[in-house]
Design a protein around this ligand. Structure first.
Ligand code: ZN
Length: 572
């Protein structure tokens, strides 16, 4: 019944859109492919719009409109019967970490359900021990784990170095917290990176100590974890080539045709460029240079800003302005309601950079027309970004609303008044609604309902016509774009609570956040993000239509096939 009703809707829409029956001339004789008999969602308009047929040739969309017209005008086209499945533009990843996804393949998975199976600290230790013995890792070699989440452990606390020492006394070990903003090192690892009782906390970071002592417990947060993360990335980067193909396949199996590496240092940029030069990319990869290298990057004529070279480009610069809300290191105007490690009173979290440094970075970037992507979760941090934006525009005598598309990545606890400023200044939020599921309950506890319920407010952003996107921040949460659609639409927490019913997105809004809006985020709206004439033939085919299934079942929809510029790169 649903299908019949649907067919009628499709026919009505298609027949009223005759102007879509256009084609563009193609130069080559390459075989065309004609996709039909599916629920083909164009994602072109503000409201759902279905197409009867799409023709691909030479990697581009050369026709959208009626099947009859397509068949007459492309008599040699290969007919692709979608058999009622749903076709959409290939998903564009608004923010994840391709490099971290890749390196997670060389680490021990310490995630709790539903991603992994870790329930308590003992599980972590057993997994680490097993990894060493199964992989015959010699003493002295680094071992890394990723994805543990103390809020999901039975003990509700971070592991400490003594617990790791007990199972792995002879290897330096570093366990990365699921937020990516902190981690736990064992004694050997602390020794290697020269962190002792005498080491002072760096600005913007904390080295946690055992109670009533100066001895580090192993937990290092924010800037204090940078040396550990840097060391890990350096070691795992050597293995990047080994995992490069598997990582691309993983993104493709999730329907993603354009991926992101959300903060890329110079070594990694060079590595990706070498893969691009060797023609090894199957999907497009957008990287963001690190802010500590902004000046050097801007002066490097080898960095190819904003335009693809063999499917790879450096789009802009990533700045980290605060920490993570669940790790209580995001920077708020009002205090956390629960105790914050390393803080006595009025604990509002931390900015990662001073206002002065942020101001300098904005001026440097805006002067050079460099697109900024700023990690910012708490509202106080967002205030700092807005101030840096205003300061740079004034200093450089630029319009506040110039089309530079400064992206505030996460914007999780943006206030309503700040959303209006985004609109006024042509800034865009890239939201993170998966938090509603993974940490929604924790946010209610730590921040209170009012703040927690306005987490990643897609409904409010849509009312302001912002071009919000919605991301996974993988490896922080699983890469699956349909899960982000599910979390945006339902906002259900692990305990089944609805985190902000007023901010629920419609399925169509949630899809725009990973298609048309995501193309806009990267200035790619001319070539990607919707099924329209002349755009790249990047498609994802799903077994069910996210607009028609029970909203709670959206996360169970399967990617059947992913097509990049006309070529199938994943098939179930
Ligand atoms: Zn990130």
């Amino acid at each position: 019944m649903k299908n019949l009703l649907f067919t009628l809707i499709v026919l009505t829409v298609v027949s009223s859109c005759k102007e879509k029956e256009k084609e563009i001339p193609t130069s080559s004789e390459a075989a065309a492919q004609l996709f039909y008999n599916g629920e083909i969602l164009s994602m072109q308009a503000d409201k759902p719009d279905y197409l009867e047929a799409v023709v691909e040739q030479d990697g581009k969309i050369v026709f959208v409109g009626s099947k009859k017209y397509a068949a007459t005008n492309f008599p040699n086209a290969k007919m692709i019967d979608l058999q009622g499945k749903t076709m959409l533009p290939g998903f564009i990843d608004p923010h994840s970490h391709f490099g971290m996804v890749s390196s997670s393949m060389g680490q021990v998975d310490l995630n709790s359900p539903p991603v992994g199976e870790v329930a308590n600290i003992e599980d972590i230790m057993q997994k680490m021990k097993k990894y060493k013995s199964e992989n015959n890792i010699p003493d002295g070699e680094w071992i890394f784990g990723w994805g543990y989440d103390e809020s999901q452990l039975k003990e509700k606390r971070h592991p400490n170095k003594r617990e790791i020492d007990a199972v792995l006394p002879n290897n330096p070990v570093y366990l990365v917290h699921t937020s990516g903003h902190m981690g736990v090192a064992n004694s050997k690892a602390l020794e290697k990176l020269k962190v002792t009782s005498e080491t002072k906390d760096p600005d913007g970071g904390t080295i946690e100590r055992f109670p009533n002592s100066k001895e580090p417990s192993g937990l290092v947060q924010e800037t204090a974890m940078y040396p550990f993360m840097g060391n890990m990335m350096m070691i795992l980067q050597k293995k990047q080539e080994e995992f490069f193909d598997a990582t691309q396949d993983y993104y493709a199996s999730n329907g993603i045709t354009t991926a992101q590496d959300g903060m890329t240092d110079r070594n990694a940029i060079e590595f990706f460029q070498s893969q691009a030069d060797a023609g090894k990319f199957k999907i497009d990869l957008i990287t963001l240079g690190g802010y500590t290298e902004l000046e050097t990057n801007l002066n490097d004529s080898l960095i190819n800003w904003k335009t693809y070279d063999n499917r790879f480009k450096v789009q802009g610069t990533k700045i980290i302005a605060d920490g993570s809300p669940q790790g209580k290191t995001a920077f708020f105007t009002e205090a956390f309601l629960t105790p914050v490690p390393g803080c006595e009173s009025d604990c509002k979290g931390l900015p990662s950079l001073t206002q002065e440094t942020l101001n300098d970075l904005f001026v440097l970037a805006y002067k050079n027309d460099n697109q900024l992507f700023i990690h910012s979760n708490g509202d106080a941090s967002i205030d700092m970004i807005i101030a840096a934006h205003e300061n740079a525009c004034e200093k450089l005598n630029q319009h506040l609303d110039k089309d530079r598309r400064t992206i505030v990545i996460h914007s999780q606890f943006v206030r309503p008044d700040q959303l209006e400023i985004y609109k006024k200044y042509n800034m865009e939020p890239s939201f993170f609604t998966n938090h509603a599921y993974f940490w929604g309950d924790v946010h209610v506890e730590n921040l209170g309902e009012k703040r927690a319920f306005f987490l990643s407010p897609i409904a409010s952003a849509d009312k302001l016509s912002l071009k919000y996107t919605n991301h996974s921040d993988a490896t922080v949460t699983p890469i699956d774009p349909l899960f982000t659609v599910w979390s945006a639409v339902n906002r259900v927490s692990r305990t089944g609570k609805t985190i902000g019913p007023d901010e629920k997105a419609t399925p169509y809004q949630a899809l725009k956040a990973i298609t048309s809006h995501a193309a806009y985020e990267f200035f790619e709206e001319e070539t990607k993000g919707s099924l329209s004439l002349g755009k790249l033939a990047d498609f994802v085919i799903l077994d069910q239509n996210p607009l028609l299934v029970d909203p709670m079942k959206i996360k169970d929809i399967k990617v059947v096939e992913t097509i990049k510029e006309g070529k199938s790169i994943f098939k179930l």
